[in-house]
Design a protein around this ligand. Structure first.
Ligand code: HEM
Length: 150
C-alpha cells in the first residue's frame, strides 16, 4: 500500500490543494505570481504532481513530462517571503484535512524541504513575476501562439 492509498487517494490530495489555492487566492504576494487569473488549472497540476509523487497514477508526467520543478519555477520570483507564504497556505490545508500524525509529519517534512529547495532569489519581491520571468513567459506564450496558427 502506497502513502497515496494510506491517506485516502486522489480525494485527499485534491482537498489539500483546494484549501491551499483558496489561501493563495487571498495572498497579496502569491496570487499575482500566477500567470492565469483562474487558479483551477494550476490546482489540477499541483494535485496531479503530488498524487504521482506519493505513489498514485502517473497522469502528471503523461500530461506535463518530467516534473523538473526547480526549472519550472525559474520564471517566478520565489524568495524566502514567497516560500514562507506558500508554506503557510499549505499549513492551513494540512490542518484542515487532519491526516494521522505520522502521515501529516511525513507530508509536511517533504513540503517544507521542497519549498526551501524552490527558492531561486534572495531579492525582495515587487508585485508580480520578476521582469526576467515575465519576459520568459511572454516569449513562451508567443511561441505557443505561432505553433497554434501554423
Ligand atoms: C516555495 C514557494 C513556491 C511558489 C511561490 C510557487 C509558485 C508557483 C507558480 C506561480 C506556479 C505556476 C502556476 C501554474 O501555472 O501551474 C507554480 C507551478 C507549480 N508548482 Fe510551485 N511554487 C512554490 C513551491 C512549490 C513546491 C514546494 C512544489 C512541490 C512540492 C510546487 C509544485 C508546483 C507544480 C507541480 C507546478 C506546476 C508545474 C507544471 O506542470 O507546469 N511548487 N508554482
Amino acid at each position: 500500500m502506497t502513502f497515496y492509498d494510506e491517506v485516502g487517494g486522489y480525494e485527499t490530495f485534491e482537498k489539500i490543494v483546494n484549501v491551499f489555492y483558496r489561501e493563495v487566492a487571498i495572498d497579496p504576494v502569491l496570487k499575482p505570481m500566477y500567470p492565469e487569473e483562474d487558479l483551477r488549472p494550476a490546482a489540477e497540476r499541483l494535485t496531479l504532481f503530488l498524487v504521482q509523487y506519493w505513489g498514485g497514477p502517473g497522469t502528471y508526467s503523461e500530461r506535463r513530462g518530467h516534473p523538473r520543478l526547480r526549472m519550472r519555477h525559474v520564471p517566478f520570483h520565489v524568495n524566502p517571503d514567497a516560500r514562507d507564504r506558500w508554506l503557510r497556505c499549505m499549513r492551513t490545508a494540512l490542518d484542515e484535512v487532519a491526516l494521522s500524525p505520522m502521515h501529516e509529519a511525513t507530508l509536511w517534512d517533504y513540503l517544507e524541504r521542497a519549498a526551501y529547495a524552490m527558492v531561486n532569489t534572495m531579492e525582495p519581491s515587487g508585485i508580480g513575476p520578476a521582469p526576467a520571468g515575465r519576459a520568459l513567459m511572454e516569449a513562451r506564450s508567443r511561441s505557443e501562439d505561432s505553433t497554434e496558427s501554423s
